[in-house]
Design a protein around this ligand. Sequence first.
Ligand code: XBP
Ligand code: MG
Length: 255
Amino acid sequence: MLKALLFDVDGTLAETERDGHRVAFNRAFESLSVPWRWSEADYGELLKVAGGRERLLHDMRRQSAAPADGAERHALAARLHRLKNEYYTGIARSGALPLREGVAELLADCARAGLKLGITTTTSRGNVAALLEGHLGAHWRAGFAAVVCAEEAPAKKPDPEVYRLALDTLGLTAREAVAIEDSPAGIEAARRAGVPVILTRSYYFPDSPGGGVLAAGASLGSCDGWQPSADAHATRISLDQIRRWHAHGFRSAVN
Ligand code: XBP
Ligand code: MG
């Protein structure tokens, strides 16, 4: 029986990457007079590396202006990442990163039904708080029975640590939860923890593979184009719809 929904953050709760993290990284580069910038297209490629600091270190390998010394490179990445998060939280608090369509309604379905909610993300607690305080109010944390972020799960997706910790916190088995994810790394992390996935494709991951997930679609805010199909009479993906996919999943894809 379904007992919890576990939400990824970046790309799933909100489209935070292009106009949030990417812009904040570029501001951090500028502030520290680092001579490179990340275009929208560059950033799409770089998102194959989960974790902002890990992404910086990965990119520095191709930047001729990056420090050659390993320790200096790590120190610069750490400084840039801290600064990026300061800029990012400012952007998130400004309200520039709205929740994706259907997210607020699905969270409300869960609250009404008493279904547990969790956050399972590669980003930091501060970034999640900055995003969710604006959308869900100062007491947003009380609505989530588990909030697992980079601080608790330093091994980034596709490592399953973040999902395993969330299940431990909730005291649930993997099959009692459903992960809502947008990226291939996120899907893999959930699946390695045994948690069935609903895939909501995002700006940077429009082609995330839908094989092996309970359901895949473009938006929780619409019933169009979902595989398997969603209730044609509904206007959005509801908790009831997710319960149906979950129940059906154990008779087909997940088994
Ligand atoms: C997405 C990520 C993160 C963000 C940046 O996390 O991979 O690295 O791009 O955040 P998720 P940080 O989809 O799991 O929410 O700089 O804090 O890593
Ligand atoms: Mg994501």
